[in-house]
Unconditional design. Structure first.
Length: 279
């Protein structure tokens, strides 16, 4: 296994970040108009009644140095985004774009200041916290035959592993509109997305008009933590998934992605130093 060397992060000024984001947002709008992709939309009757994948994640956690008000505002943001995505139907050959469906999160639409990462530090921003939804959607989709055509890994590992139930790096970050999560339906089936914000959890599911014939199991390989020459720590792994047929026989073992992230905490400290159990 060849170890990765991660360069020291460069702190960019606010103006440079805004100008860079503006340029990428324009490019993404042009891409949506000229790509020739057929995008998914909401449909009333899809015939999708077979549950194929489901997942739920807690809405609130006690996180070190993160105000609970930011997390409560995140819940509002998740509700607004869920209303845009719940009921989207993905026909054969169509693509689901998270940001094309959700749109730009603005105060005028009701979005609030939630937690975002800026230069690897926890900060606040309008629409913050929506990556919890792309994390959930990415994880669910890995347990279906749908094809993920665009996903961006988290560049920073912000909190320790306390209460983690999934492998490191099994999420997807998002930032309007150029850090998108895009999913294509290369199957002959229809797929319907269900998303809702319940009392304590964000809940999602993929339904299809046909039963799912395979089962998927996502796991990690080659996980390691490395001290870097500039004094920080980085974390790395690769994700794979095993494919099983209806009889429980393994019929495949597929590479999914690799992850590289800068750690924002000291891995030598106890795990409960950065986070506590969900509230």
């Amino acid at each position: 296994m060849k170890l990765a060397i991660t360069p020291e992060p460069v702190l960019r000024g606010g103006l440079r970040l805004k100008l860079g984001a503006w340029r990428l947002q324009i490019y993404r709008q042009i891409l949506w108009l000229t790509s020739g992709l057929h995008f998914a939309r909401k449909r009333l009757d899809s015939g999708c009644h077979h549950l194929c994948a489901a997942h739920r994640t807690p809405l609130l956690r006690r996180l070190k140095d993160v105000e609970m008000d930011l997390q409560r505002s995140k819940v509002t943001n998740l509700r607004l985004a869920a209303a845009k995505l719940d009921g989207v139907v993905l026909l054969p050959g169509e693509t689901l774009s998270f940001w094309k469906m959700v749109g730009r999160p603005t105060r005028r639409k009701g979005y609030r200041e939630g937690m975002v990462l800026r230069n690897g530090r926890v900060a606040s921003g309008v629409g913050g916290g929506l990556c919890q939804m792309t994390n959930l959607l990415y994880w669910m989709t890995l347990h279906t035959p749908l094809t993920i055509t665009e996903r961006h890994r988290h560049g920073y590992d912000v909190f320790p592993d306390a209460d983690r139930t999934q492998p490191f790096g099994s999420g997807a970050t998002c930032f309007y509109n150029y850090l998108d999560l895009m999913i294509r339906n290369d199957t002959a089936q229809n797929w319907r997305l269900s998303l809702r914000v319940a009392d304590t959890h964000l809940e999602g599911a993929w339904y299809s008009n046909l039963p799912q014939l395979c089962r998927y199991e996502v796991y990690e390989k080659e996980h390691y933590i490395q001290g870097e020459y500039w004094g920080g720590y980085t974390r790395h792994n690769s994700l794979f998934r095993r494919v099983f047929d209806g009889g429980g026989n393994q019929i495949g073992d597929e590479f999914v992605t690799e992850n590289h992230a800068i750690m924002m905490y000291n891995p030598m400290l106890p795990e409960d130093a950065g986070t506590a159990s969900p509230s």
